[in-house]
Design a protein around this ligand. Structure first.
Ligand code: NAP
Length: 319
């Protein structure tokens, strides 16, 4: 019978993947984490994290992920930085094939591929991408010093990022399709008190306009059907996320209506030996602490699935 190289391969190195990896390394599993970019995931570009327990004064997203990476490294987690070309997850032995052709095999996989920003899909969005259209306030905010910009959305990301953008922009107009925000109350309070933030309620962006210099205005449609033009030099589209399911065998995975993967309480999916943790998972709350917690639960479920039979490893008496 074919032998797997690894007991566990973790796909994705955000908070869920790094926590699963840290637990796996401590559990002495033969485990590998595969990440296509830098470890940290979406949190890397989160300006400030104010609600991760233990960091009383808050911590930057970058620093938090740096610490999570260092924590996994401390226990010797094996990592590989590579882009995955394909995943074969249906058999007893799972195969993760990298671009370039290297095939890695494992008895179990934890998918932590997360999610990416949802697009508005309106005229001008694609044309002006990176020329005034952005999905990342931390990355692009400094380009808008003393300029008037817009943020679309009413969730935690939109409001937290609107607040962040006031450090640079002279004015931030939050455009929201409803009459009330979805964001948590403390963020709402801060935004309502911020002199640089204006709100346009019950309003949708219909078109992003501009020229060779980039974005210069937005065509808006209001609740009563009226249209208007808002002059801005940048628009941050922060309207939620869609799951990163490229390459996943979605025909075999139970997913919800939005495409997020449904698991049981142990993070097990409908495919034996395949687990999901973090934003890819179907759930109501998406917090860094959830992702980390799910990474831990998934790894412990993997140990249970494997029958807790870690391979013989030399005793490590240095810890
Ligand atoms: P979200 O909570 O799903 O909010 C998306 C927002 O965009 C909603 O206000 C929604 O409007 C609006 N929207 C969606 N589609 C739209 C469209 N086509 N046109 C116009 N507006 C549209 O997404 P998120 O803010 O990106 O947050 C994602 C997850 O991460 C959430 O679970 C959130 O709690 C979490 N998160 C937490 C923190 C934190 O705790 N500090 C920070 C960031 C993110 P409606 O309200 O009308 O649906």
């Amino acid at each position: 019978m074919q032998q797997a190289q690894y007991q566990l391969i973790i796909v994705g190195g955000g908070p869920a993947g790094l926590t699963a990896g840290m637990y796996a390394a401590r559990g002495r599993l033969k485990a590998l984490l595969v990440e296509k970019g830098a470890t940290g995931g979406q949190v890397l570009v989160t300006d400030w994290v104010d609600n991760y327990p233990g960091f009383v004064e808050g911590i930057s997203g970058f620093d938090l992920m740096d610490k999570m990476t260092a924590h996994a490294d401390r226990f010797g987690l094996e990592k590989k930085f590579a882009t995955i070309a394909s995943l074969d997850l249906l058999g007893d032995i799972k195969t993760v094939t990298l671009e370039g052709g290297e095939a890695l095999t494992a008895k179990t996989v934890i998918l932590c591929t997360g999610a990416k920003p949802r697009k508005l899909d309106i005229p001008g969005e694609h044309e002006f991408a990176a020329r005034g259209v952005s999905y990342c306030a931390t990355c692009d905010g400094p380009f808008y010093r003393n300029q008037e910009i817009a943020v679309v959305g009413g969730g935690n990301t939109a409001i937290q990022d609107a607040l962040h953008l006031t450090k640079f922009a002279s004015k931030v107009t939050v455009i929201h399709r409803r009459g009330e925000l979805r964001a948590t109350k403390i963020l709402q309070e801060k935004a309502f008190c911020n002199q640089k933030i204006d709100f346009l309620w019950n309003t949708q962006v219909r078109e992003i306009r501009g020229g060779t210099g980039g974005v210069d205005s937005l065509l808006l449609r209001h609740h009563n059907g009226d249209e208007s033009i808002l002059a801005v030099s940048g628009i941050f589209i922060l309207i939620g996320i869609v799951p990163n399911t490229d390459m996943l065998p979605v025909d075999h995975l139970h997913t919800d209506a939005s495409g997020f993967v449904v698991t049981d309480q142990e993070m097990a999916t409908s495919i034996p030996g395949v687990f999901v943790a973090g934003d890819l998972r179907s759930k109501r709350s998406r917090q860094i602490i959830n992702a980390a917690g799910e990474g831990a639960v998934a790894e412990l479920a993997v140990e249970h699935y494997l029958g807790n039979q870690a391979p013989d490893q030399p005793l490590n008496c240095s810890e």
